[in-house]
Design a protein around this ligand. Structure first.
Ligand code: ADP
Ligand code: ASP
Ligand code: MG
Length: 412
């Protein structure tokens, strides 16, 4: 008999009918003899609806109160699923994050899980109950409700699986696994049987929202066997594996990730003297803005142009800070651009293959797509391009790295 943690995402519990379907599925697993802990998200669209409501009161809602509100989405779905299970004769009980005691830090809207008390859940499992836990939420040591950041129910699932020493954590969603890239953008994307934690971490951090990055971090750290599956279609899904060997037969590139969440800022004509990067990025970081990519170029006249990207939500804030810095340093001008996108190729195979980056640049050049910024690490190459070319770039790279599915073998 195995203990399985099953997480169902927003679209999988998006209507009462779907919740009934999830209950049927959980019932079948129970009948197969497994112990089940279920983690659910809010109904799809609900978290956005709640955030919109808050924004009608204030542009920047007080984070503590926002958490009190957005956590209600998951409270609805846990109760509905528990009811649907009980209706089917499956003993079940639902708990909020606070009731389980999923202890987090106090960083409202992006809290980190510190500890999970598994006792109450273990008692219910022993008593033969399916335990349904609210994803995305926790409680800090003072008893304040916290949330874990968008997509955070994945993290609740994996963290619970680690705390309960579950045999597997299954992430059920609206696609049947992790694909070479988002199958909604590239119809020829292919499902991967396996992907390494390292690659999945890069994919998640570079924009593939199929798994929240912290969920992957947790799974890697605590060696939680993790699988992504379709909620309502049978299939093996994708296993996230520690074992790089097993993936050796995959192509050099495992996947392509992209994100439209960044904005670019440039400060031009800054004196090229020691400490310049610190003078620019010090105040940016003091304003709590995280910087992603950075490029610095020195001109003939011994001035430098300094460009960096930030999350689009931080753009206005960063622009204001940068204008202040420019005035202080006597810089020529500050330029901002929100119409950018980042495209990244990811694969452990890059370690043993040269020329991967140039193959990427060649594919983009053939489509006449200008590269504005580049950054590389051992297993990824990222470029910033104009946002309107994003889909074209992803498709071109997918073909160039021979990731396209054979005809007739595409998703959905
Ligand atoms: P859930 O509500 O179940 O958590 P999400 O919307 O958060 O679901 O994540 C699933 C979505 O992730 C898919 O519908 C798909 O469009 C998107 N996605 C992005 N990149 C990938 C990828 N590489 N493989 C699979 N899905 C991806
Ligand atoms: N409901 C939350 C969100 O929409 C958490 C989740 O779905 O994982 O971000
Ligand atoms: Mg999600």
């Amino acid at each position: 008999m195995a203990l399985i943690v099953q997480k169902f995402g927003g679209t999988s519990v998006g209507t009462v009918e779907r919740i009934e379907q999830v209950a049927e599925k959980v019932k079948k697993f129970r009948e197969g003899g497994d112990d089940i802990v279920v983690v659910v998200s809010a109904m799809s669209g609900e978290t956005n609806r709640l955030i919109d409501l808050a924004k009608q009161i204030s542009d920047q809602p007080v984070p503590r109160e926002l958490d009190v509100m957005v956590s209600t989405g998951e409270q609805v779905t846990i109760a509905l699923l528990a009811m649907a299970l009980i209706k089917r004769g499956v003993p079940a009980v639902s708990y909020t994050g606070n009731q389980v005691r999923i202890l987090t830090d106090s960083a409202h809207t992006k809290a980190r899980i510190l500890q999970i008390d598994g006792q109450r859940i273990q008692r219910d499992i022993k008593a033969g109950r399916v335990v349904v836990v609210a994803g995305f939420q926790g409680v800090d040591e003072k008893g304040n409700i916290t949330t874990l950041g968008r997509g955070g129910s994945d993290t609740t699932g994996v963290a619970l699986a680690a705390a309960l020493k579950a045999d597997e954590c299954q992430i059920y969603t609206d696609v049947d696994g992790v694909y070479t890239t988002d199958p909604r953008v590239v119809a020829k994307a292919q499902r991967l049987d396996k992907i390494t934690f390292e690659e999945m971490l890069e994919m998640a951090s570079l924009g593939s929202k199929v798994l929240q990055i912290r969920a992957v971090e947790f799974a890697g750290k605590y060696s939680v066997p993790l699988r992504v599956l379709h909620s309502f279609q049978e299939g093996p899904g994708t296993l996230i594996t520690l074992d790089e060997e097993e993936s050796m037969e995959q192509p050099i590139i495992s996947g392509i990730a992209f994100n439209r969440d960044e904005a670019k800022l440039t400060i031009r004509g800054v004196p090229d003297t020691p400490g310049v990067a610190f003078k620019i990025l010090g105040p940016i970081s003091a304003a709590n803005v995280e910087v992603d990519m950075i490029v610095q170029n020195v001109a003939h006249d011994n001035t430098t142009d300094f460009t960096f990207t930030v999350h689009r939500n931080d753009y206005n804030n960063a622009l204001q800070v940068l204008q202040g810095i420019a005035a202080e340093m006597g810089a020529r001008e500050v330029i901002g651009d929100t119409d950018i996108a980042k495209v990244s190729i990811v694969g452990v195979g890059m370690r043993s293959h040269a020329g991967v980056a140039s193959r990427m640049f060649e594919a983009l050049a053939k489509e006449n797509i200008n590269i504005q910024m580049i950054s590389t690490s051992e297993i990824k190459v990222s470029v910033v391009i104009e946002e309107k070319y994003l889909e074209l770039a992803v498709r071109a790279l997918h073909t160039a790295f021979e990731l396209d599915a054979p005809a007739g073998n595409t998703a959905e």
